[in-house]
Design a protein around this ligand. Structure first.
Ligand SMILES: NC(=O)c1ccc[n+]([C@@H]2O[C@H](COP(=O)([O-])OP(=O)(O)OC[C@H]3O[C@@H](n4cnc5c(N)ncnc54)[C@H](OP(=O)(O)O)[C@@H]3O)[C@@H](O)[C@H]2O)c1
Length: 304
């Protein structure tokens, strides 16, 4: 099968592409730079040059494919509205291109903010509708295309997709700890982050393309929720730093752009996904990854 992947050079995209290649698929990745194009070519991935704002390139990639997996995201934390607008436009373009084709269209989403006071499940619909909502309401927009003959599947990732080489949230938390000389957690640190190892996330994407019915919402979640205090303690131990609560009034100053996320309580289950895909997480847990040094190398605090 010819699979077009946006974000193929990214953290999750790289793992998903490895799974797709191992299963014998022909993968084309969207690449916006020479470096990303070269990295993809080295793996045996065909390259379609283009930016997320280059909707013509995204349309052409989707037209030429038997399945589309959309994992690219600008992640511009200084301008979330721009990231959301690009996300929505890309999803609209891919959906429009696939109308009536029955072809699979997998897109990335998250589990945060779906529920309050209880773990989110795959049955919990996102309340984000329209361009001004989180991620531009892209999950619901993509799912609307099911009624128009698109085999949409949303893959919601746990808030931290962790592992050696991670450059995202967890690496930033570790970098802030190093920079401040203290491994902090917000308030009493009982708020929970769901987690999944990168390799397990990549398998959910590949299995989701193969097995998930149209309209499915999958949870790539290996661990339902780890209290931020436990995360901070593990990072403090790994980096040889003291561990401390950060008062709510100091959270923004301490965590910077990450303050929008560090206090979230976003437990999520993956029971439906496990049954649907026959998937079980096999990679290390988040704390095992931290303990084994996955976050002990230096990454700048402003990395995203
Ligand atoms: N990682 C997590 O913990 C997590 C959790 C929940 C949801 N998600 C979602 O899962 C998806 C994949 O995340 P990730 O962690 O793999 O992200 P990532 O490592 O930051 O990768 C982002 C990908 O998007 C590409 N990209 C960025 N800006 C682009 C642009 N303007 N035009 C074209 N491509 C562009 C990047 O290309 P370059 O290689 O050229 O930079 C890269 O391939 C995202 O939608 C993310 O929000 C991730």
């Amino acid at each position: 099968m010819r699979v077009f992947v946006t974000g193929a050079s990214g953290w999750i995209g790289g793992a998903a592409v490895d799974e797709l290649l191992a299963a014998g698929h022909e993968v084309t990745g969207l690449a916006r730079s020479d470096a990303s194009a070269a990295a993809l070519e080295t793996k045996g991935v065909r390259v379609r040059r283009g930016d997320l704002d280059d909707l013509g390139s995204i349309r052409a990639g989707a037209e030429a494919a038997d399945a589309v997996i959309h994992l690219a995201n600008k992640h511009d934390w200084s301008n979330p509205a721009a990231s959301s607008a690009a996300e929505r436009a890309a999803v609209q373009t891919i959906g429009d291109t696939l109308v009536g084709s029955g072809r699979p269209f997998l897109l990335a989403a998250g589990v945060a903010g779906l529920t309050q006071g209880r773990p989110a499940t795959e049955d919990d619909a996102s309340a984000a509708h329209g361009p001004n909502s989180p991620r531009g309401g892209s999950e619901n927009l993509a799912l609307e295309f099911v009624a128009r003959g698109v085999h949409t599947v949303s893959v919601r990732f746990g808030a931290t997709v962790h592992g050696v080489g991670d450059n995202g949230f967890m690496a930033t938390i570790a970098a802030i700890a190093r920079e401040k000389g203290v491994s902090g957690y917000p308030g009493d640190g009982t708020n929970r982050w769901p987690a999944v190892h990168r390799s397990d996330a990549g398998r959910v994407v590949a299995l989701g393309r193969e097995k998930a019915p149209a309209g499915a919402r999958l949870h790539a979640v290996g661990e339902e929720g780890i209290p931020t205090r436990e995360i901070a303690e593990a990072i403090g131990h790994a980096l040889g730093l003291p561990v401390a609560s950060i008062a709510p009034s100091d959270v923004e100053k301490h965590f910077g752009w990450l303050s929008r996320f560090i206090g979230m309580d976003a437990p999520a289950t993956s029971t439906v996904t496990r049954e649907l895909l026959g998937w079980e997480p096999m990679g290390p847990t988040l704390i095992a990854d931290i303990d084994s040094g996955a976050y002990s190398t230096r990454i700048p605090a402003n990395a995203s």
